[in-house]
Design a protein around this ligand. Structure first.
Ligand SMILES: Cc1cc2nc3c(=O)[nH]c(=O)nc-3n(C[C@H](O)[C@H](O)[C@H](O)COP(=O)(O)O)c2cc1C
Length: 224
Protein backbone atom coordinates (compact mmCIF):
# COMPACT_ATOMS: atom_id res chain seq x y z
CA UNK A 1 0.00 0.00 0.00
CA UNK A 2 1.27 3.45 -0.85
CA UNK A 3 0.59 6.02 1.86
CA UNK A 4 -1.28 9.22 1.13
CA UNK A 5 0.81 12.09 -0.09
CA UNK A 6 0.35 15.84 0.22
CA UNK A 7 -0.41 17.81 -2.89
CA UNK A 8 2.97 19.45 -3.37
CA UNK A 9 4.77 20.27 -6.58
CA UNK A 10 8.40 19.16 -6.85
CA UNK A 11 9.54 22.73 -6.23
CA UNK A 12 7.26 23.08 -3.21
CA UNK A 13 8.61 19.84 -1.77
CA UNK A 14 12.20 21.01 -2.25
CA UNK A 15 11.58 24.46 -0.78
CA UNK A 16 9.41 23.51 2.21
CA UNK A 17 11.25 20.52 3.66
CA UNK A 18 12.26 22.30 6.83
CA UNK A 19 13.99 21.29 10.06
CA UNK A 20 10.75 20.56 11.95
CA UNK A 21 10.98 20.63 15.72
CA UNK A 22 8.14 22.45 17.54
CA UNK A 23 5.60 21.17 15.02
CA UNK A 24 6.47 17.49 15.45
CA UNK A 25 3.34 15.67 16.65
CA UNK A 26 4.74 13.67 19.56
CA UNK A 27 1.45 11.84 20.16
CA UNK A 28 0.70 10.43 16.73
CA UNK A 29 2.38 7.12 15.93
CA UNK A 30 4.33 6.66 12.70
CA UNK A 31 3.98 3.17 11.23
CA UNK A 32 6.98 1.10 10.17
CA UNK A 33 5.19 0.68 6.82
CA UNK A 34 5.38 4.36 5.97
CA UNK A 35 9.00 4.47 7.20
CA UNK A 36 9.82 1.55 4.88
CA UNK A 37 8.15 3.35 1.98
CA UNK A 38 10.40 6.38 2.56
CA UNK A 39 13.47 4.16 2.88
CA UNK A 40 12.70 2.41 -0.43
CA UNK A 41 12.92 5.84 -2.05
CA UNK A 42 15.98 6.85 -0.02
CA UNK A 43 18.06 3.90 -1.24
CA UNK A 44 17.65 5.14 -4.81
CA UNK A 45 20.24 7.81 -3.90
CA UNK A 46 23.78 7.74 -5.32
CA UNK A 47 26.84 6.28 -3.55
CA UNK A 48 30.55 6.40 -4.46
CA UNK A 49 31.49 3.41 -6.68
CA UNK A 50 27.86 2.34 -6.20
CA UNK A 51 29.04 0.98 -2.85
CA UNK A 52 25.64 1.20 -1.13
CA UNK A 53 27.61 0.84 2.07
CA UNK A 54 24.84 2.22 4.20
CA UNK A 55 22.69 1.03 7.08
CA UNK A 56 19.72 2.81 8.62
CA UNK A 57 18.83 2.25 12.25
CA UNK A 58 15.28 3.14 13.33
CA UNK A 59 14.50 3.51 17.01
CA UNK A 60 10.94 3.23 18.33
CA UNK A 61 11.59 1.48 21.67
CA UNK A 62 10.56 3.96 24.41
CA UNK A 63 13.46 3.13 26.77
CA UNK A 64 16.06 3.44 24.02
CA UNK A 65 14.52 6.68 22.75
CA UNK A 66 14.55 8.05 26.28
CA UNK A 67 18.26 7.23 26.74
CA UNK A 68 19.17 8.75 23.37
CA UNK A 69 17.00 11.78 24.17
CA UNK A 70 18.85 12.31 27.45
CA UNK A 71 22.26 12.06 25.75
CA UNK A 72 21.06 14.50 23.09
CA UNK A 73 19.85 16.88 25.80
CA UNK A 74 23.26 16.79 27.53
CA UNK A 75 25.08 17.36 24.23
CA UNK A 76 22.73 20.20 23.32
CA UNK A 77 23.37 22.04 26.58
CA UNK A 78 27.14 21.91 25.91
CA UNK A 79 26.66 23.02 22.29
CA UNK A 80 24.47 25.94 23.42
CA UNK A 81 27.51 27.59 25.02
CA UNK A 82 29.80 27.10 22.01
CA UNK A 83 30.71 30.05 19.73
CA UNK A 84 29.23 28.32 16.64
CA UNK A 85 25.91 27.60 18.38
CA UNK A 86 22.82 28.58 16.43
CA UNK A 87 22.05 30.98 19.31
CA UNK A 88 25.24 33.00 18.66
CA UNK A 89 25.85 32.65 14.92
CA UNK A 90 24.63 35.74 12.96
CA UNK A 91 23.50 37.36 16.26
CA UNK A 92 25.23 40.62 15.28
CA UNK A 93 24.29 40.43 11.60
CA UNK A 94 22.89 43.57 9.97
CA UNK A 95 20.58 41.40 7.88
CA UNK A 96 17.41 41.57 10.00
CA UNK A 97 15.69 38.72 8.13
CA UNK A 98 18.67 36.48 8.70
CA UNK A 99 18.79 37.45 12.39
CA UNK A 100 15.06 36.76 12.85
CA UNK A 101 15.23 33.43 11.07
CA UNK A 102 18.23 32.48 13.23
CA UNK A 103 16.39 33.40 16.44
CA UNK A 104 13.40 31.28 15.42
CA UNK A 105 15.67 28.33 14.61
CA UNK A 106 17.45 28.68 17.95
CA UNK A 107 14.18 28.59 19.89
CA UNK A 108 13.07 25.59 17.83
CA UNK A 109 16.40 23.82 18.50
CA UNK A 110 15.98 24.44 22.26
CA UNK A 111 12.59 22.72 22.08
CA UNK A 112 14.02 19.66 20.35
CA UNK A 113 16.86 19.62 22.90
CA UNK A 114 14.24 19.00 25.59
CA UNK A 115 11.96 16.69 23.59
CA UNK A 116 14.12 14.48 21.38
CA UNK A 117 13.41 11.41 23.53
CA UNK A 118 9.64 11.77 23.01
CA UNK A 119 9.50 11.59 19.22
CA UNK A 120 7.61 8.57 17.79
CA UNK A 121 10.63 7.35 15.82
CA UNK A 122 14.27 8.21 15.18
CA UNK A 123 16.53 7.37 12.27
CA UNK A 124 20.31 7.04 12.49
CA UNK A 125 21.86 6.71 9.03
CA UNK A 126 25.25 4.93 9.17
CA UNK A 127 28.03 4.40 6.63
CA UNK A 128 30.78 1.77 6.49
CA UNK A 129 34.10 3.34 7.44
CA UNK A 130 35.20 6.07 9.76
CA UNK A 131 36.74 9.49 9.18
CA UNK A 132 38.44 9.54 12.59
CA UNK A 133 41.06 6.90 11.81
CA UNK A 134 44.15 6.88 9.60
CA UNK A 135 42.33 5.54 6.54
CA UNK A 136 39.63 8.19 6.63
CA UNK A 137 41.95 11.04 7.42
CA UNK A 138 41.94 12.77 4.02
CA UNK A 139 39.43 14.89 2.14
CA UNK A 140 38.78 12.40 -0.66
CA UNK A 141 37.99 9.58 1.78
CA UNK A 142 35.83 11.86 3.93
CA UNK A 143 33.78 13.27 1.08
CA UNK A 144 33.32 9.79 -0.39
CA UNK A 145 31.91 8.59 2.93
CA UNK A 146 29.65 11.53 3.70
CA UNK A 147 28.64 11.84 0.06
CA UNK A 148 27.50 8.22 0.06
CA UNK A 149 25.01 8.62 2.89
CA UNK A 150 23.80 12.22 3.06
CA UNK A 151 21.93 12.12 -0.29
CA UNK A 152 20.01 9.02 0.86
CA UNK A 153 19.17 10.49 4.24
CA UNK A 154 17.97 13.72 2.62
CA UNK A 155 15.85 11.72 0.15
CA UNK A 156 14.28 9.99 3.14
CA UNK A 157 13.46 13.40 4.61
CA UNK A 158 11.91 14.58 1.33
CA UNK A 159 9.85 11.38 1.01
CA UNK A 160 8.70 11.83 4.61
CA UNK A 161 7.69 15.46 4.00
CA UNK A 162 5.70 14.35 0.94
CA UNK A 163 3.73 12.09 3.32
CA UNK A 164 3.08 14.76 5.97
CA UNK A 165 5.95 13.58 8.17
CA UNK A 166 8.46 16.05 9.56
CA UNK A 167 12.15 15.47 10.24
CA UNK A 168 15.18 17.50 11.29
CA UNK A 169 18.83 16.86 10.57
CA UNK A 170 20.67 16.71 13.91
CA UNK A 171 24.20 15.68 14.79
CA UNK A 172 24.82 16.58 18.43
CA UNK A 173 24.21 13.03 19.67
CA UNK A 174 27.58 12.26 18.06
CA UNK A 175 29.23 13.67 21.19
CA UNK A 176 28.04 10.31 22.58
CA UNK A 177 28.42 8.23 19.42
CA UNK A 178 30.10 5.23 21.11
CA UNK A 179 27.57 5.05 23.92
CA UNK A 180 24.69 5.15 21.44
CA UNK A 181 26.41 2.56 19.22
CA UNK A 182 26.63 0.25 22.24
CA UNK A 183 22.99 0.88 23.16
CA UNK A 184 21.80 0.01 19.66
CA UNK A 185 24.36 -2.68 18.79
CA UNK A 186 25.94 -0.61 15.98
CA UNK A 187 29.47 -1.95 15.24
CA UNK A 188 31.30 1.28 16.13
CA UNK A 189 34.68 0.38 14.59
CA UNK A 190 33.13 -0.42 11.22
CA UNK A 191 30.22 2.03 10.95
CA UNK A 192 30.05 5.74 11.51
CA UNK A 193 26.78 7.35 12.52
CA UNK A 194 25.95 10.41 10.44
CA UNK A 195 22.92 11.99 12.03
CA UNK A 196 20.01 11.53 14.41
CA UNK A 197 16.79 12.34 12.62
CA UNK A 198 13.52 12.62 14.56
CA UNK A 199 10.48 11.36 12.64
CA UNK A 200 6.92 12.48 13.43
CA UNK A 201 3.80 13.63 11.62
CA UNK A 202 3.73 17.41 11.50
CA UNK A 203 1.13 19.57 13.23
CA UNK A 204 -0.41 21.04 10.10
CA UNK A 205 1.21 20.47 6.75
CA UNK A 206 1.73 24.01 5.52
CA UNK A 207 5.41 25.02 5.62
CA UNK A 208 7.01 28.03 3.97
CA UNK A 209 10.26 28.39 2.08
CA UNK A 210 12.97 29.58 4.48
CA UNK A 211 14.65 32.94 4.27
CA UNK A 212 17.93 32.69 2.38
CA UNK A 213 20.17 35.55 1.25
CA UNK A 214 20.36 36.19 -2.51
CA UNK A 215 22.08 33.38 -4.43
CA UNK A 216 24.43 35.93 -6.01
CA UNK A 217 26.28 35.83 -2.66
CA UNK A 218 27.16 32.19 -3.14
CA UNK A 219 27.24 31.67 -6.88
CA UNK A 220 30.39 31.73 -9.03
CA UNK A 221 30.38 31.35 -12.79
CA UNK A 222 33.64 30.30 -14.44
CA UNK A 223 35.74 31.93 -11.70
CA UNK A 224 35.50 32.30 -7.90
C1 LIG B 1 25.12 19.19 9.41
C2 LIG B 1 23.90 19.68 10.16
C3 LIG B 1 23.84 19.49 11.53
C4 LIG B 1 22.71 19.90 12.24
N1 LIG B 1 22.64 19.64 13.58
C5 LIG B 1 21.53 20.00 14.27
C6 LIG B 1 21.38 19.63 15.62
O1 LIG B 1 22.21 18.91 16.20
N2 LIG B 1 20.25 20.04 16.26
C7 LIG B 1 19.27 20.75 15.63
O2 LIG B 1 18.26 21.08 16.27
N3 LIG B 1 19.38 21.09 14.34
C8 LIG B 1 20.48 20.72 13.65
N4 LIG B 1 20.56 21.02 12.31
C9 LIG B 1 19.44 21.72 11.63
C10 LIG B 1 19.79 23.15 11.29
O3 LIG B 1 19.84 23.92 12.45
C11 LIG B 1 18.70 23.68 10.33
O4 LIG B 1 18.74 22.94 9.13
C12 LIG B 1 18.91 25.15 10.03
O5 LIG B 1 18.63 25.90 11.17
C13 LIG B 1 18.05 25.65 8.89
O6 LIG B 1 16.70 25.37 9.12
P1 LIG B 1 15.85 24.78 7.91
O7 LIG B 1 16.48 23.43 7.59
O8 LIG B 1 14.46 24.65 8.39
O9 LIG B 1 16.01 25.72 6.78
C14 LIG B 1 21.66 20.57 11.57
C15 LIG B 1 21.71 20.73 10.18
C16 LIG B 1 22.80 20.26 9.47
C17 LIG B 1 22.82 20.41 7.98
Amino acid sequence: MTHDQLELSNDELLSTTRAVRKRLDLDRPVSMEVIKECLELAVQAPTGSNSQNWQFVFVTDPDKKKKIGELYRQAFSLYREMPMAIHKLHSDSEDKDLKNSQERSASSADYLGENMGKVPAMMIPCITGRTDNEEGNNVLAQTALYGSIIPAAWSFMLAARARGIGTAWTTLHLMHEKEIADLLGIPYDEFMQIALIPIAYTKGTNFKAAYRPEIENVMHINHW
